[in-house]
Ligand binder design. Structure first.
Ligand code: ZN
Length: 663
């Protein structure tokens, strides 16, 4: 055995193991998102000075692509090897034995395939779910196909769920072999050096690819079905999201690259014939739904009904009498679009789309190259889907964030109140489309968020084209819409005697008409989703208590308030709430308060410019400055379900201005 004493003594996994893991992880056709696992055995002195062999094995759920020191668990091999003499071991016992063998208390949970790594005598062991290998093992005559493609010296292990029994059977099969193919599952290779094990994986995958490719050469390209128009896509996505959000809100990810799969004549077969490897079942379910433009509701209903039937039929055999997990699909194939995946957030939806792309492609390849698929039977699929041990790795800690799964548009989002509102809402778990006319500032604001949480649209919101793009972005990027913060605004100064018509028109255009256009544009999306919605209009204290030489601003803000009230009246029928936030004198980070506006308002109040802010503070009942975060808090209240019983309401965030009390 290779002496890796130095690395192990420092209790760091061998650097060769990390490098090898990353190389495997960098190939998306080998493993995806936490799939596969690797290990290396080396000698250490334990705290009592005894020489012992440590197995460094990947932690459960860790991603090979980004593998680092913390992703490997050191375990004493001499605590694991005697388990080979057991006849049976259930998962609870397995977990206990693994816990007893870890070198350090507080280590992460080791891979569920740890015993396989421990029992195989080689120093280095690798296990991947390579697409081409999975294709071979999901064929009708998998054993023969694997031998034919990879050679007779490769062992073949009939399907079993990972754990003690699979490890035992695999080790017996491995004797005299150079690698193992696990039926319906993946590949195991080993070696006395990192390169030997890694090289075996790469070589066998290459052979499998060539074998499959030779059988695909006669295949005709799939004719494309007609693409859905942007308007049809929007209706489909909103309707789909509405249906899939019945339990909890989901975010959708559209994968256009799966058009070749969604447009096949036998798309239903691809959707239902199986998964590349059972691991995918945990994240994308046992089956994919096929949804067509005109029958979203009916397709989902029959999908759900069938899932319920299968669950009821097999529930008694499942461990721990589980409740059914969601019976709705997490991935759907839509002819004319591709694949749409749903998740609690954009990241989860994207990961599901990527896993589905692999699973669908492997299934389609097996159909095309071998004429049919043989996959796990329904009982085996459910046994995996409801496997308590593996479900643990999907359980997130703590309550979901308040706005998890919500999609919100914020206008005027580049600075001031809009930016603070976007930060607040994203901080509560939502996804946000930021809109603003100020391109550089918007880009800077957008860059301050995690890229998967936000999308940005630059343009004039008084222009219907921009409004259209904002709403379409929300639907295309995230699948729909739950709330809109109508915040963009301009401040036009001047007495009625001196105000130009152009300035008057501009105030009405931005402060009133733009909000009308956006309200009108989001309506069909909210109606198609059927989830209600929340419109939050950021108006102004001036709507109720106007000021001299601020006529265009005050009149247009009053129009916005009245627009919001009409939206509340008309929206109640479809569960859409509309509420108003009236801030005053929010200076911090504001682009509304330009130097000209400061000068003009100071002049209107007969003050030196530098005293303007303190004048507003002193004028308020509470006598303290108003921060953008204060307004953001009020906006978040109206966006969230905490205000579910309020519509047509006004919340002032002005420090208390008696003249502007709502009435
Ligand atoms: Zn595996």
């Amino acid at each position: 055995m290779v002496d890796l004493r130095h690395a192990a003594a420092a209790l760091e996994p061998p650097s060769g193991l990390i490098a090898r893991s990353r190389t495997l992880g960098s190939r998306r056709d080998l493993v995806l998102h936490g799939g596969g696992n690797t290990s290396t055995k080396c000698t250490v002195s334990d705290p009592t000075g005894r020489e012992r062999t440590v197995l460094w094995v990947k932690a459960s759920g860790a991603d090979l692509a980004t593998a680092s020191t913390d992703d490997f668990v050191p375990m004493y091999l001499d605590s694991l090897l005697p388990l080979q003499h057991r006849e049976t071991m259930d998962d609870a016992e397995l977990v206990e034995h693994l816990a007893c063998a870890v070198v350090r208390a507080g280590s992460r949970r080791p891979s569920v395939e740890t015993l396989l790594h421990a029992f195989l005598p080689a120093t280095h062991v690798d296990h991947v779910h390579a697409d081409a290998i999975c294709a071979l093992t999901n064929t009708p005559n998998a054993r023969t196909t694997v031998a034919d493609a990879l050679g007779e010296d490769i062992g073949f292990v009939p399907y079993r769920r990972p754990g003690f029994a699979l490890a035992l059977v695999s080790v017996l099969e491995a004797e005299g072999r150079t690698a193992l193919v696990l039926e319906h599952h993946g590949l195991v290779t080993w070696g006395e050096s990192d390169d030997e094990s890694l090289g075996a994986t790469l070589e066998l995958v290459r052979r499998a690819e060539l074998y499959v490719a030779a059988r695909l050469s006669h295949r005709n390209p799939v004719p494309r079905s007609t693409s859905l128009s942007p308007a049809e896509r929007e209706i489909l996505l909103a309707t789909l999201r509405g249906r899939l959000s019945r339990g909890r809100r989901v975010v959708l990810h559209v994968d256009d690259r799966q058009r070749e799969l969604s447009d096949r004549d036998d798309v239903k077969r691809v959707a239902e014939a199986g998964r590349a490897t059972p691991d995918h079942i945990l994240r994308i379910g046992r089956r994919t739904a096929v949804v067509r433009q005109r029958d979203v509701a009916a397709s989902l209903e029959s999908f759900e009904k069938e899932n319920r039937r299968v669950f009821d039929e097999h529930a008694v055999q499942l461990e721990g009498e589980p409740e059914p997990r969601s019976l709705l699909p997490s991935v759907v194939l839509v002819p004319g679009i591709g694949c749409i995946a749903a998740g609690a957030n954009a990241r989860e939806a994207r990961i599901r789309a990527e896993l589905a792309a692999t699973s669908h492609a492997v299934t389609a390849t097996v159909i095309d190259a071998f004429g049919g698929v043989r996959w796990l039977d329904q009982a085996e699929q459910l046994e995996f889907e409801y496997w308590p041990l593996e479900l643990q790795k999907l359980v997130s800690v703590g309550e979901p964030a308040e706005l998890e799964g919500r999609i919100v548009i914020v206008t005027g989002a580049a600075s001031g109140i809009g930016r603070a509102a976007a930060e607040d809402i994203v901080g509560r778990g939502a996804h946000v489309v930021l809109a603003d006319i100020d391109a550089p500032r918007l880009a800077e604001t957008a860059a301050s968020f995690a890229a998967e949480r936000v999308a940005a649209v630059t343009g004039d919101l008084a222009d219907e084209g921009t409004v259209d793009e904002v709403v379409r972005t929300a639907v295309e990027r995230f699948g729909g819409l739950d709330a809109v913060v109508l915040n963009a605004g301009v401040a036009s100064c001047g007495s009625l005697q001196t105000l130009s018509q152009a300035e008057w028109n501009r105030a009405l255009q931005i402060n009133a008409t733009a909000h009308f256009l956006l309200t009108k544009r989001v309506w069909p999306v909210l109606e198609n989703q059927g989830l209600g919605g929340s419109l939050v209009y950021v108006a102004s204290k001036n709507a109720f208590a106007p000021g001299a030489e601020f006529g265009a601003y005050s009149a247009s803000k009053a129009a916005q308030v009245q627009l919001a009230r009409i939206a509340a009246i008309e929206g109640g029928r479809i569960g859409v709430r509309a509420n108003i936030v009236n801030p005053d004198a929010v200076f911090s980070g504001s682009s509304l308060w330009s130097p000209e506006l400061r000068r003009a308002r100071a002049a209107a109040h007969g003050l030196p410019e530098e005293e303007l802010e303190s004048f507003y503070v002193a004028r308020s009942l509470l006598g303290s400055p108003i921060r953008p975060e204060d307004v953001a808090e009020a906006i978040a209240f109206f966006v969230s379900d905490r205000s579910r019983a309020t519509t047509g309401g006004v919340l002032t965030v002005d420090g208390g201005v008696a003249a502007a009390f709502a009435r």
